[in-house]
Design a protein around this ligand. Structure first.
Ligand SMILES: Cc1ncc(C[n+]2csc(CCOP(=O)(O)OP(=O)(O)O)c2C)c(N)n1
Ligand SMILES: [Mg+2]
Length: 325
């Protein structure tokens, strides 16, 4: 591995933070403290962390509704993310966006989008603005296999390629869109990355459970994009270890399939490799585990103790043409 102790510590800590944060969110949902929808990212952590660790601070990120992992990987404070999930005024969107609408303009984190595929054309718009203004920024657009059979996916790839826009299309292929397997939704089978070929966009399919592979492929893609050669497409193969949302009984898949993928747990694999290559010690991983647990406990405390948005703020930031300003 071409990484030093500091870098592997950061990658491992971020992945573990996402894992523990998500586990805690699931518990809080069951306790009725998080309401509405909650889509967990458990099993897919290597993608958000591998990709986002390769970005610059002023690059843009835009993603789908399964967005907690991307937000935490980008460095959004866990306190603020947890408060948003609990609908508190201290949350990143003042408690009014919730799980699917995390947002942080300062960090170039342009949302959390609940409309499947809706972020793709917005990513192209962000990239067009960056190119037009002569800014050296790349837009990373995360989306799932459920987004790729819609027109806007093809329109976005076409326009980004035609205009050589600085977009990294990052497909998280976890084999399912809600309860439907990708084999039943995509005529091209599991090699969705080949769709990019129709638009002359270079594409690769990679192991989304391997954080180092994700990071290195992203670095190569970014280099090409920053040189002005237009978009790149990466399909990262992955699996969500839990249901589509917390309310999903998962009757559509066998537990043996889940077990097979759990055996490829991106955290276990990375930790074992780091220990084998003497990049991390058992003691260091235990220490990281301790730190992460404290961070998640503190985020929970912060969110629980925060106030709900005031009634007077109900219409703030809401466009309502019937109300006079
Ligand atoms: C345009 C649109 N159609 C349908 C839905 C309902 N819906 C929510 S999530 C989802 C599945 C998306 O699957 P995928 O893109 O693979 O993401 P994953 O949940 O696997 O991360 C669907 C169909 C929606 N939100 N938006
Ligand atoms: Mg999917």
């Amino acid at each position: 591995m071409n990484l030093d102790n500091g870098q592997v510590t950061e990658l491992y800590e971020r992945m573990l933070l996402i894992r523990r944060f998500e586990e805690q969110s699931g518990r809080l949902y069951m306790e009725g403290k998080i309401k509405g929808f909650l889509h967990l990212y458990i099993g897919e952590e290597a993608i958000a962390v591998g990709v986002i660790s390769a970005l610059r601070d002023d690059d843009y990120i835009i993603t789908h509704y399964r967005d907690h992992g991307h937000a935490l990987a980008r460095g959004m404070p866990p306190n603020v993310v947890m408060a948003e999930l609990m609908g508190k005024a201290t949350g990143s969107s003042g408690g009014k966006g919730g799980s699917m609408h995390l947002f942080d303009v300062r960090r170039g984190f342009m949302g959390g989008h609940a409309i499947v595929g809706g972020q793709l054309p917005i990513a192209v718009g962000l990239a067009l603005s960056a190119k037009y203004k002569g800014e050296d920024k790349v837009v990373v657009c995360f989306f799932g296999d459920g987004a790729v059979n819609q027109g806007e996916f093809h329109e976005s790839l076409n326009m980004a390629s035609l205009w050589d826009l600085p977009v990294l299309f990052l497909l998280e292929n976890n084999l399912y869109g809600m309860g439907t397997h990708v084999d039943r939704t995509h005529a091209g089978g599991r090699d969705i990355y080949m769709s990019a070929d129709a638009y002359k966009i270079p594409a690769a399919q990679i192991d989304g459970m391997n954080v180092v592979e994700v990071r290195e492929t992203t670095q190569q893609a970014l280099e090409r994009i920053r040189s002005g050669k237009g978009p790149v497409f990466i399909e990262a193969m992955t699996y969500r270890f839990v249901g589509h949302s917390v309310q999903d009984p998962q009757a559509y898949r066998d537990s043996s399939e889940i077990e097979q993928w759990r055996a490829k747990d991106p955290l276990d694999a990375f930790r074992e490799t780091c220990i084998a290559e003497a990049l991390l010690s058992e003691e260091e991983t235990a220490q990281i585990d301790e730190t992460v647990r404290e961070t998640v406990a503190e985020a929970t405390r912060f969110a629980e103790e925060s106030q709900e948005p005031s009634l007077e703020s109900l219409y703030d930031n809401v466009y309502d043409r019937t109300r006079q300003v």
